[in-house]
Design a protein around this ligand. Structure first.
Ligand SMILES: Nc1ncnc2c1ncn2[C@@H]1O[C@H](COP(=O)(O)OP(=O)(O)O)[C@@H](O)[C@H]1O
Ligand SMILES: [Mg+2]
Length: 286
């Protein structure tokens, strides 16, 4: 702004520009304004200032909503296309398991394939329900069991990177969260593992908060951490710092979508070089 004033004083008769105002308090958002400077005579300058912060944000939200709608259509088509080959694959993997002897050492791998396919199937069926605007009729599941299953699903990667796993599971957890919370766990645990290429500690904690009847779970890593300037973007769809093939940037936005559908919240605390803590809180509907 000062620079613009100097420029007008220095001879330019009129200036139209946009400027940002840094917030005084740390938590506040920067304000964006349109400015118009007009030099009346050498001693008088008129400054018109229009706060366009909200207008810009509204526009950004509209673009975001449109992007999400496009993703939604894309996802629905994809889910539709994948549905029948997946049904076939699941059927054959079941045949294969039935054909194998009980003590066949390869059973372990085949049943992992079956678990993975079944998870894909749930995701895809879930997406199809979602796309048709129906609410899912999912059975309540055991959160602690979902945590154990998810960790065992990533067992190979965890072992390869030398990651130590700590499970702190509240055994008084009501069976109430739905199966699709598993996607949240999978995404968060995957991010945590990817953040620790040289190993570290992965802690998964579950807790039932009796005081306000909510379920809390945390995924904590001692990995690379998230720089503050990136932190504000990580929930945006397609925002990723990972190589092609490593990440799509959809993980956290999907997590947030699922958690918010249950009226919950998701929060990330991170320190570069120290690690990241993701906390999910979901109120228990009664
Ligand atoms: N536990 C974590 N540690 C460090 N960075 C993380 C972590 N979780 C998420 N991030 C950052 O947030 C970005 C977005 O995450 P996500 O939405 O899951 O997409 P993706 O994992 O496909 O990149 C990641 O690219 C990464 O930069
Ligand atoms: Mg991810």
């Amino acid at each position: 702004l000062e620079e613009a004033i100097e420029r007008v004083k220095g001879g330019e008769g009129q200036i139209d520009d946009e400027v940002f105002f840094k917030p005084v308090e740390k938590e506040a958002i920067p304000r964006q304004a349109k400015i118009k400077l007009v030099k009346l005579d050498p001693d008088n300058i008129i400054l018109l200032l229009e706060d366009i912060t909200e207008a810009v944000r509204a526009e950004r939200r509209a673009i975001q909503a449109e992007k999400m709608a496009t993703i939604g259509r894309l996802a629905a088509n994809l889910a539709h296309e994948l549905n029948s080959p997946l049904d076939g694959a699941m059927r054959y993997v079941r045949f294969l398991l039935e054909d194998m002897y009980e003590d066949d050492p390869r059973r372990k791998y085949v049943s992992r394939i079956k678990d993975a396919l079944e998870r894909m199937d749930r995701t895809i069926k879930g997406l199809l329900y979602f796309a048709r605007g129906k609410t899912q009729t999912l059975k309540p599941a055991d959160l602690n069991e979902m945590v154990r299953q998810t960790i065992s699903f990533f067992e190979d990667q965890i072992r390869r990177r030398g990651i130590e796993v700590v499970e702190e599971l509240d055994e008084e957890m009501p069976r109430i969260l739905h199966q699709d919370i598993e996607h949240v766990l999978v995404n968060l645990i995957k991010n945590a593992i990817q953040a620790m290429p040289e190993g570290g500690v992965l802690t998964v904690r579950t807790r039932f908060d009796k005081s306000d009847r909510s379920i809390i779970f945390q995924v904590i890593d001692t990995g690379v951490g998230i720089p503050p300037e990136i932190l504000q973007n990580i929930f945006l769809p397609f925002f990723t710092t990972k190589e092609v093939g490593e990440g799509t940037g959809l993980g956290l936005s999907i997590c947030r979508g699922i958690v918010e559908r249950y009226g919950g919240s998701i929060r990330i605390d991170s320190e570069v070089g120290q690690g990241t803590t993701v906390t999910v809180r979901i109120p228990l509907q009664t």
